[in-house]
Design a protein around this ligand. Structure first.
Ligand code: SF4
Length: 102
């Protein structure tokens, strides 16, 4: 059973243009994964010239709306950790997304 303590973590993120990204590490407290079906976008991504978030790097996956992912359980992520990467220049995706069988 998932608990707040066992939330999935953002292991690394290559979206270096994001305000929360400090040298490939996400510094947001938590990220939300959402967007259209089949496109697991990190909607916490924000391309700003300032850097934000916490000094500690322990970003959790706070919520995921992609029920069609094999790792999704009750709209939370059950993967131990995810990777996030750029989609073009202006968006980022969860690269750990895996379509559920069937
Ligand atoms: S691995 Fe799947 S369930 Fe976890 S955050 Fe990515 S898309 Fe959502």
């Amino acid at each position: 059973m998932m608990t707040l303590e066992s939330l999935s973590r953002v292991a690394d993120c290559s979206a270096t243009d994001c305000a929360y990204n400090h040298v490939d590490v996400c510094h947001a407290a938590a990220v939300t994964i959402a967007g259209p079906s089949g496109q697991a976008g990190c909607v916490t991504f924000v391309p700003l010239t300032v850097k934000g978030g916490f000094d500690q790097a322990a970003a959790a996956v706070g919520a995921c709306q992609h029920l069609e992912c094999a790792h999704n359980s009750h709209l939370e992520c059950s993967a131990p950790a995810i990777k996030v990467g750029l989609r073009g220049a202006t968006a980022a995706d969860c690269l750990t997304f895996a379509p559920a069988a069937g």
